[in-house]
Write a protein that binds this ligand. Structure first.
Ligand SMILES: [Cu+2]
Length: 162
């Protein structure tokens, strides 16, 4: 009889290896956490850790994409986009916008109203960090593909709303 993966896993799982912690009921863990933290919700998140998380900021990931087609005249139609094209953030929220270049060799861009200018290259991640204090819509515009005439509009929207 061949020893299959499942059989091996069964044996290992019952041999007292690293699986013992999975047998503790969740209720017991919450009781223990409550005892330690005095927090009725049973979590260890304190005002301090919440502040630390907020100080670290939030990462939002987008990519560069490309739509390609052939028009009725047989000519290629091609546009570049940010994807997703719209993101929502809170006023004053620290945001790390990670942009990964999938399609297109290079996308030099600006974010209006935030004084940000950078570039996304194929196969590379560009991260820009910002806080938008005022509600409103801030456009992220690729300067190579800003409109239909230049294989765009490669324009995204950062919506700041509370
Ligand atoms: Cu572009």
């Amino acid at each position: 009889m061949a020893i299959g993966t499942a059989g091996a896993a069964w044996y290992w799982g019952h041999s007292g290896g690293g699986s013992s912690e999975t047998s503790i009921p969740v209720g017991k863990i919450n009781e223990a956490l409550k005892a330690v933290t005095g927090n009725s919700s049973g979590t260890v998140k304190t005002a301090n850790t919440a502040a630390n998380e907020s100080a670290k900021g939030r990462t939002i990931s987008i990519v560069t994409t490309e739509f390609k087609s052939t028009g009725p005249d047989g000519k290629p139609i091609e546009v570049y986009r940010w994807d997703p094209g719209t993101i929502h953030v809170k006023p004053g929220e620290l945001i790390h916008l990670s942009i990964f270049g999938v399609n297109g060799a290079s996308h030099p861009f600006v974010i209006e109203g935030l004084n940000i200018k950078d570039e996304v290259k194929k196969g590379k991640e560009t991260i820009v960090t910002f806080k938008a204090e005022k509600t409103g819509t801030y456009r992220i515009i690729c300067q190579t593909h800003p409109d239909l005439a230049h294989n765009g509009p490669m324009v995204g929207y950062i919506v700041v709303d509370s």
